[in-house]
Write a protein that binds this ligand. Structure first.
Ligand SMILES: Nc1ncnc2c1ncn2[C@@H]1O[C@H](COP(=O)(O)OP(=O)(O)OP(=O)(O)O)[C@@H](O)[C@H]1O
Length: 299
């Protein structure tokens, strides 16, 4: 079953298009990563899916319905980010009780265990939490609510490394026990790579790719050696990134279009290495093929 379906989805703020004709669908019971550079349109897309804002043109359906102002979409989804607002008069323990009344599937036992593990005090207040603790608390609500569609927009903002690891581990364990549809946007791709099944990559409001993570691991290869040999072996393929690593040593991340790259590289005695998914995203979303080095090589 498809949880989210978009067809030519566009969102403009005044005249500026933040999303430009997205067409994709997300299957039920998967964790999908929404990846993109700052300003790529991730939050805009997540807010459209949650029904918080209205599309400008094209079509969006969530559980088969247009999400904007849809009671059924809001009853079956949760949007977690660092801006979530809660009634300021209620203490943290009371917020958990309210969440349990609001979300049908809320697991109060799990919420309380996570609450204690992360060192929250029952009589604390949400608006007095630090940035990282705010994200952890919101994440607890997001996990424990077990909504059929759970949307996390950069959920680990402000969390330290160990909290981020714990958060993602808790999310994965609960997802395995209670599969549901989860969309996760994050800049820490390394940390979520093993969690994700599919990735939707946005660049400047456009959809660059929508693929299973397993396939992205095979997408490109790094080849390294004398510049001339690297360029010769790369002929007919797409060089995603290149960097001089010595006087005449070139590293290139190359997308193998015809299945001949590895043979050509081996024949030329070049070093071949895998390209990490997180690096692949950086290369695909860079404006230039040399990244920040290009800024310094142009004077
Ligand atoms: N309320 C708004 N009014 C006008 N422009 C907006 C508004 N919200 C977002 N934008 C613009 O839309 C584009 C996409 O923004 P969005 O917040 O969706 O990106 P993002 O991928 O979530 O970025 P980040 O990773 O930095 O959070 C940006 O150019 C942004 O300036």
């Amino acid at each position: 079953m498809k949880v989210v379906e978009c067809n030519g989805l566009t969102k403009a703020y005044l005249k500026k298009e933040a999303l430009k004709g997205l067409t994709f669908s997300l299957e039920d019971h998967k964790i999908t990563g929404l990846i993109g550079r700052n300003g790529a349109g991730k939050t805009t897309l997540l807010k459209l899916i949650a029904g918080f804002t209205k599309e400008t043109s094209g079509e969006i359906k969530v559980f088969g319905e247009r999400p904007f102002n849809s009671l059924s979409v809001s009853a079956n989804s949760i949007f977690v980010d660092d801006q979530m607002s809660f009634p300021p008069a209620l203490q943290l323990a009371e917020l958990l009780e309210e969440a349990a009344r609001f979300y049908h599937n809320f697991d109060s036992g799990l919420a309380k265990r996570l609450f204690d593990y992360f060192g929250f005090k029952a009589d604390g207040y949400h608006n007095r939490l630090s940035k990282g603790k705010t994200s952890i608390f919101n994440g607890i609500i997001g996990i424990a609510s077990r909504c059929p569609l759970t949307i996390f927009d950069e959920p680990t903002t402000g969390m330290d490394e160990s909290a981020r690891k714990d958060f993602y581990r808790a999310l994965l364990k609960d997802y395995i026990a209670h599969p549901r549809s989860i969309i996760l946007s994050s800049h820490h791709i390394d940390e979520i790579e093993d969690l994700l099944e599919d990735v939707l990559l946005l660049k400047e409001g456009k959809q660059l790719l929508h693929e299973p993570v397993s396939e992205l691991k095979e997408w490109a290869h790094g080849i390294k050696g004398p510049s001339e040999k690297v360029l010769k072996a790369s002929e007919g393929h797409d060089i995603l990134y290149r960097q001089l690593t010595g006087a005449d040593t070139l590293y290139a991340a190359v997308r193998d279009f015809s299945g001949t790259l590895l043979d050509a590289a081996a024949g030329a005695g070049l070093e071949v290495t895998p390209v990490r998914v997180s690096d692949l995203f950086i290369y695909l979303t860079n404006e230039t093929k040399g990244g920040i080095d290009d800024v310094f090589s142009q004077n």
